[in-house]
Every structure is written in structure tokens, then in C-alpha cells.
Design a protein around this ligand. Structure first.
Ligand SMILES: Cc1ncc(C[n+]2csc(CCOP(=O)(O)OP(=O)(O)O)c2C)c(N)n1
Length: 298
């Protein structure tokens, strides 16, 4: 670990500290994710003024004013488009996008599809608490079928989306999974996902405890089943094996970097007009003289 030490020799994350108090429920996995994000950025030597953190709407989105950094809190299900826009405008800035499973697999599912197939240079952290938390526990597409939830006391009739099978069907370049109860593991995985931005879209599925509304995949349930694949012989470059491992969560849940490839260029690097350009799009915007366009309209 390379976290800076303060005068007393205590590891500090002060640079990301903010006076606002967290409002999540006791035991919410968002506390762990919030800590791990700050640790990962600190360990990578990224200062708050060097990063853009983009939040969807939801319990997790309330993190947006509980830490420092450039932050953007957008519309429900739309975090990927605005994070991608910012990243493509200035490729020098690391951009992290955060979304809940409700937004990601329903309202914003189209954006997820195109982010994966486009291989946008972005890190996406999925707060997967298995329900729509902020609106008090409605079933999301990944809630277990038959599970009683606030707006569906008899369970939802739809079958549960196999989210990992869906993600792998879109030929990702980076898929990882981690658990909100394990801050060191999350930190390690987030670091890898931030580094992967140079190669494209890095998706981290964080299995997140929600003690208030998720009474099926609880903290204890996840703690018992999650294990770190990096401690075994898993080969993250093997697509078929990674997909099988990711999908099979019946007895044990494989965590860590499940799949990664770096031989495909990210979306920006494949844009023909950008090849050889030294400047960022943001810098170029300032150079355009709109007068000649206006004259044409007169
Ligand atoms: C387009 C749209 N649909 C629905 C809502 C209402 N809404 C706001 S937050 C939320 C739940 C968010 O759940 P999730 O995305 O899973 O995030 P979590 O709160 O669990 O972190 C909903 C349904 C909205 N604001 N906009």
C-alpha cells in the first residue's frame, strides 16, 4: 500500500475528506465503497483536482457531496453518457462513473449496452444492492425472482436478469467483481479498473449489502460466499472460463478481476479524426471562431 502518511504516521485520506455527513443507513455497503474509492484514488496518486467522479441518482449517488474531487450528479440511468462525454472531451482526466443496479439494468440499460460494445475509456462502478434503494426497496432486474419487496409483496413475476451473462454477451474488455464488506479487496479491484481506462470500459460489479431492503443477498450471505480468484489459478484472459466463473454464483461467488483484455483499442483511439492529434477536444473548442458560421446564416 502506498497511501501517504500524516505526521503521526497514520494512513490518511484527508485530501478527499469533506465536511458533509453521510446519510446512508447503518450497515449500508455504500460506506465501504466510499472508503475504497478514496483509498484507490489516493494509492494511485490521483489528487481530487485531477479526477472526475460521476454519479447516477440513487442512494449511492448521495456520495457525490460526501467526498472531494470534481463531481457531477446527473439524471437517473444516465450516468454513462455524461461520464463518457466528459472523458472524450478530455482524455487526460481519469473518469469514474457510479450507478445502481436499478438504473443500470433498467432505465439506463441501453447506455450500458453501448458502453460495452463501444469500449469507452471509462471506469464504471456498479453499486449492486439488488434493489432500488433510494425509492425504498422496489425490485430491480437483478432482484431474485419471487423475493417479496416493498412494491411486490408476492415477488416479481419476471425472471431475474443474469447480469454477468448479459455483460459477457457484449464482449467486454474488463469485468471484475468485489464485495462491499471487503474494503482492501475493493481498493485493489478499483485500482485495476481505473488503470484499465487506457484500454477501454472497465466494469466493476460491487455486490453491496443493503440491510434495510435486501434481505436475501445480505452482508453475511456475501461474506460466506465471496472469494478472491487472484489467490487461485484463474486466467483472466480466458473469455469462456471467465464467463462461466462469473455466471455461476450458486455456491461460491468469484471476485477479483474476472476478465481482461488489452488488445482492443478504446473508443477514442479508434476515432479516425483524432489520430495524431496532440490536443484534447476541450482545448480545441476554444479555438473555433463561430463568426464565419454566423455570416453564412445572414
Ligand atoms: C427516469 C427516472 N425514473 C425513476 C426515477 C425515480 N428514482 C430515483 S432514485 C430511484 C432508485 C434508484 O435505485 P438504484 O439505481 O438501484 O440505486 P440505489 O438507490 O439502490 O443506489 C428511482 C426509481 C427517476 N428519478 N428518474
Amino acid at each position: 500500500m502506498n497511501i501517504p502518511l500524516d505526521a503521526a504516521g497514520i494512513k490518511v485520506l484527508k485530501q478527499y475528506s469533506c465536511a458533509n455527513q453521510c446519510t446512508w443507513c447503518d450497515g449500508c455497503g455504500d460506506y465501504g465503497i466510499w472508503t475504497a474509492v478514496k483509498r484507490a484514488l489516493t494509492e494511485l496518486g490521483i489528487a481530487p483536482w485531477q479526477v472526475l467522479l460521476c454519479y447516477d441518482v440513487g442512494c449511492h449517488g448521495n456520495m457525490s457531496d460526501k467526498l472531494l474531487g470534481y463531481r457531477f450528479h446527473g439524471l437517473h440511468g444516465r450516468v454513462i453518457p455524461f461520464a463518457v462525454g466528459a472523458k472524450l472531451a478530455n482524455m487526460r482526466v481519469p473518469v469514474l462513473a457510479f450507478g445502481g443496479d436499478g438504473a443500470t439494468f433498467s432505465e439506463g440499460v441501453g447506455h450500458l449496452v453501448h458502453a460495452l460494445r463501444s469500449n469507452y475509456p471509462l471506469t464504471f462502478i456498479l453499486h449492486n444492492n439488488g434493489n432500488y434503494g433510494l425509492t425504498t426497496g422496489q425490485a430491480s432486474a437483478v432482484t431474485w425472482q419471487g423475493q417479496p419487496m416493498t412494491a411486490s409483496p408476492n415477488g416479481i413475476p419476471e425472471h431475474t436478469l443474469n447480469s454477468m451473462d448479459f455483460i459477457f454477451s457484449l464482449e467486454p474488455t474488463f469485468v471484475a467483481r468485489t464485495f462491499s464488506g471487503d474494503i482492501p479487496h475493493m481498493t485493489k479491484v478499483f485500482i485495476e479498473a481505473i488503470k484499465h481506462q487506457a484500454h477501454g470500459f472497465a466494469l466493476v460489479d460491487v455486490l453491496q449489502a443493503c440491510p434495510t431492503y435486501n434481505h436475501f443477498a445480505t452482508h453475511e450471505y456475501l461474506l460466506e460466499r465471496c472469494y478472491d480468484v487472484s489467490l487461485g489459478k484463474h486466467d483472466p484472459s480466458h473469455f469462456v472460463k471467465a464467463r462461466t466463473l462469473a455466471i455461476d454464483t450458486q455456491k461460491r461467488i468469484a471476485c477479483g478481476v474476472l476478465y481482461q483484455r488489452t488488445d482492443i483499442q478504446n473508443f477514442y483511439d479508434r476515432l479516425m479524426p483524432r489520430i495524431g492529434e496532440e490536443t484534447t477536444l476541450v482545448q480545441e473548442v476554444g479555438k473555433i471562431d463561430v463568426c464565419r458560421f454566423m455570416k453564412r446564416m445572414v
